[in-house]
Design a protein around this ligand. Structure first.
Ligand SMILES: [Mn+2]
Length: 334
């Protein structure tokens, strides 16, 4: 048996959202090579930050690449809110919930998962297998001195989750419970995979670049002593009007989590940042740079450092026509 070289570090990869060919190209750029349908690096492993599916042109390819790597021990992955959504959308609701599916098939929810269902339409068994695999993906990871979660590292909730589930994985009961707001399961899934949302004043809305209307904004969790909404907002859309200066109420303050600079390095996705990757805090990197909106598919090459370094970001810009990207070289993933 071949002895593997010592592990030098992890390459963390942000929200892929169906940009499967770009993912293959990014892995090649990072020095991974594909053999027998599995990308491997002699001295490194990948950690995916979740949200493999929805929106992009090669969702099945993205899932296959990630899944093969995870199953072969070449990668780890945490659950994104889009995988949570797919699981709830495709899971029949138990009696008493007053709907057919855990996640209602409303026009808004239909739209979120539309591309995924379309691309799997002629591959129903493959979609069932993908859903079964999503169920096995943990909500967070902590290993070798780093931490990974899709949206928000909330220590009390993570402690609570791990107490019941040391592997940080959900199951069907947990998923069913999470469909009812106010349950612990709802709170844990929502906070870890969707982060903190602060509701806008009544009647106000943000019309986002992605075509959705939102009545809350995304807040981050690393401000030392935040006073205003502007101190915690973390999303590409500006707050309407003068809301940047609005003071955080004590209720809103109580909703926030805080991740201190003395904590281990933390990697998140989710927040579809724009522009050139930058570090929001010395120990936090967000790797979602809107790949599927023709932004960048971003990786961070981590080799054990406690203070992160923006020079360790690597990325590929996503071409407008991802279909024009060469097919990922003879990848035999069937
Ligand atoms: Mn995402």
């Amino acid at each position: 048996m071949k002895t593997r070289a010592r592990l030098e570090g992890y390459d963390l990869i942000g929200d892929v959202h169906g940009c499967g060919a770009t993912l293959a190209a990014l892995l090649e750029k990072l020095g991974y090579h594909q053999r027998g349908g599995v990308y491997r690096h002699p001295r490194r492993r990948v950690i995916f930050l979740g949200d493999l599916i929805d929106r992009g042109p090669r969702i099945r390819l993205a899932v296959r690449i990630a899944r093969r790597m995870v199953e072969e021990g070449e990668a780890h992955i945490v659950m994104g809110n889009h995988e949570v959504n797919a699981l709830a959308y495709c899971h029949p609701a138990p009696g008493g919930l007053g709907r057919d599916w855990l996640r209602e098939h409303s026009p808004r929810h239909n739209r979120i998962i539309m591309e995924t269902l379309e691309q799997y339409r002629d591959h129903p068994q493959e979609w069932e297998d993908a859903l079964a695999w999503f169920m096995d993906i943990p909500l967070c990871l902590e290993r070798d001195g780093l931490r990974v979660v899709h949206a928000c590292w909330d220590q009390p909730l993570i402690d609570e989750l791990r107490l019941a589930r040391p592997d940080a994985c959900i199951d069907r009961n947990f998923l069913v419970d999470s469909a009812t707001p106010g349950t612990r399961a709802f709170r844990i899934l929502d906070r870890l995979t969707r982060g903190i949302h602060i509701p806008l004043p009544a009647g106000m809305a943000i019309h986002s670049g992605d075509g959705y209307t939102r009545r809350s904004f995304r807040a981050h969790f690393w401000a030392e002593a935040p006073c205003t909404w502007g101190d915690v907002v973390f999303q590409p859309d500006n707050l309407p009007g003068e809301l940047e200066q609005r003071s955080l109420s004590s209720d809103e303050r109580a909703m926030l989590s805080h991740y201190g600079v003395d904590q281990p390095p933390l990697f998140i996705g989710h927040y579809w940042c724009e522009g050139v990757p930058a570090l929001p805090a010395p120990n936090i990197a967000c790797l979602d740079y809107s790949a599927v909106k023709f932004g960048r598919l971003v990786a961070y090459r981590w080799s054990g450092e406690r203070r992160l370094d923006a020079d360790n970001f690597t990325w590929l810009s996503v071409p407008r026509e991802e279909q024009t990207r060469p097919r990922p070289w003879e990848i035999d993933l069937d």
